[in-house]
Design a binder for this molecule. Sequence first.
Ligand code: 0X9
Ligand code: ZN
Length: 416
Amino acid sequence: MKFLFALLALAVSLSSAEKLRFDNFRVYRLIPKDEETLNILKELEDTEETSEYNFWSPPLKVGGEVDLMVPPYRIDEIENMAKTRGMNASVFIENVQELIDEEGLRPESRAGSFGWTSYHTLAEYNSFLRSLATRFPRTVTLLRGGVSHEGREILGVKVSFSSANQYNAVFLESLIHAREWIAGAVNTYILNEIVTSTDPAFRRFAERYDWYVFPVFNPDGYSFTHTNNRMWRKTRVPYSGNCFGADPNRNWGYFWNSGGASAQPCAETYRGPFAFSEPSTRSMSQFIATIADRLVAYISFHSFSQMLLIPYGFTTAHLDNYALTHAIGLRAAASLARRFGTRYVVGNVAETIYIASGGSMDWVKGTFGTPIAYTYELRDRGSFGFLLPAAQIIPSALETLDSLVTILDEYERSRQ
Ligand code: 0X9
Ligand code: ZN
């Protein structure tokens, strides 16, 4: 009897963990032409459940581009609004589920290998890190940087070729936003090149630095994108109103709650009840604090929209070494474009996208004065958005790595 109950409980818990489907969900690119229309969109962003209307790019200004995922039963509503309000509305994605299904084909994992022709689960990322440390015990060390609310370890590696590089360290962060899958793929590709590339010029570059690489900053959110909701962004800490998660990139304790962050637990940019309320950001910040004096660079990978962003998000002011990092950023974007022609926009967060306080990059640079700090918004510009086909992982990674080499080379040159 007991066994039967256990079985029943298991069945219930399994069915409550159902995977959301997005059949015939569209993604529209909208361009509001007046304040009133803009305000209607902002109202939708504040009041609607994110499982209904989900903003892939938020409404910010008249004439600006807004990306909105729309369920099939609300398509008429949006089409009518576009017609009556004279709002430009083009369909960028016809069927979200179709793109998700293509991601799920996973040729690599069927072959039981780790690579960059498909996306990977948290477990696969973690076993990749462990196997690197096993295969290259003299250079790669597995790190337990932190822990998440649901008790998942936040694993990373330190790659070091010489103790002389101790104070010349680079930190690579990704997947603080769960749904931005390309970020973790690009980050681990770069890590793999750093450890295994045989190109002599690249080896000279890679072996000049110590590397701290953490592919999955938000493991609860990331595993939730695999099991329940591909479009999840935040952590999974339960908050009031039956809503889950704070935005882990609004939760860091440098000018926390200073604009561009929501006080509403249900919002996609919820700042959390206090700075470092999320176990993942709190524990990772504690880890970073232990190595901060060694860092020359902190790089954070996000998607999408093809931007190379410098601090800060909390203010539009040009602080610290803005001029230098902006100039380096332009050169980095030029070297990124050289390979496949991919165009990136360069600027600080607040001026280039929006005011956003509580980001990890702001905290690192503001707290420790780390000279080089960039946030990448990787491919694309909205054709696929968060659902970038796996065939674009390697091209994205190659061009991104070109730009990273330029950033660090140019910074070195600037110091001579
Ligand atoms: O809003 C964000 O956190 C990032 N954009 S995203 O579309 N990937 O959500 C921008 C990060 C800006 N960085 C800081 N605010 N420090
Ligand atoms: Zn992001």
